[in-house]
Design a protein around this ligand. Structure first.
Ligand SMILES: [Zn+2]
Length: 208
């Protein structure tokens, strides 16, 4: 597999990371915290493609679940043990969102239509172990980035993952609707209500 034949765009990965970030954003925080969470999710969703010391253009070593788990482990330990630090970024939802953004990269790379998939079990197994090709997802062609085929690749990812981002924004807006009771209040009332969760929701909305 020639490395230069598998150049991927960052558009899909970045929008997927942004979508996950939108879903896990902490509420009631000053803007630097949500902005940092969104930026972190975008960066984390692209980590396996960063060059660093592990080379570029392969779907094995830098797309391995073992390698990536090892890379994220220090941060997981830090936020797992340091409660104050974890709360400062929004708690476990943000930590889990960051992990999901990072993992999303492997899933997205498996969808390219070249059908080479990703060797996520490297080095135990260097054969393709995750391959979910979708016909309209292509990798970039070599040479100039501004060919018609490459522009189409950018556009397809922009439309598909832009749609995912819009969907996640809608979900977040729906969850923040003023008439919608907080989940904690709803759970508390549901537990206490002898008439079940539906009656509890009605009582909450009517203010009784
Ligand atoms: Zn990749």
């Amino acid at each position: 597999m020639p490395p230069s034949a598998n150049i991927m765009t960052t558009v899909g990965h970045s929008l997927a990371g942004l979508s996950i970030g939108v879903l896990c954003l902490p509420r009631g925080r000053a803007w630097p915290v949500p902005a940092a969470v969104l930026a972190a999710c975008v960066l984390l969703a692209n980590v396996p493609d960063y060059g660093f010391f592990w080379g570029q253009g392969t779907y094995d070593i830098r797309h391995s679940v073992f390698v990536n788990t090892g890379l994220m482990l220090p941060a997981l330990l830090l936020f797992g043990l340091w409660r104050r630090g974890r709360q400062s970024i929004g708690g476990w939802p943000v930590v889990i969102g960051g992990i999901a953004a990072w993992w999303s990269h492997l899933l997205l790379d498996s969808t390219y239509n070249h059908g080479q998939g990703v060797a996520i079990l490297w080095p135990i197994n260097d054969a393709t172990s995750l391959c979910l090709p979708i016909p309209w997802f292509q990798t970039l062609q070599q040479g100039s980035k501004f060919t018609a085929a490459n522009l189409r690749t950018f556009a397809v990812e922009l439309v598909c993952y832009g749609g995912l981002l819009a969907f996640c924004v809608l979900i977040r807006r729906w969850r923040r609707q003023p008439g919608r009771p907080p989940r904690s209040a709803l759970n508390h009332s549901c537990k206490k209500s002898p008439r079940g969760p539906d009656q509890a929701r009605l009582r909450l909305r009517s203010g009784n």
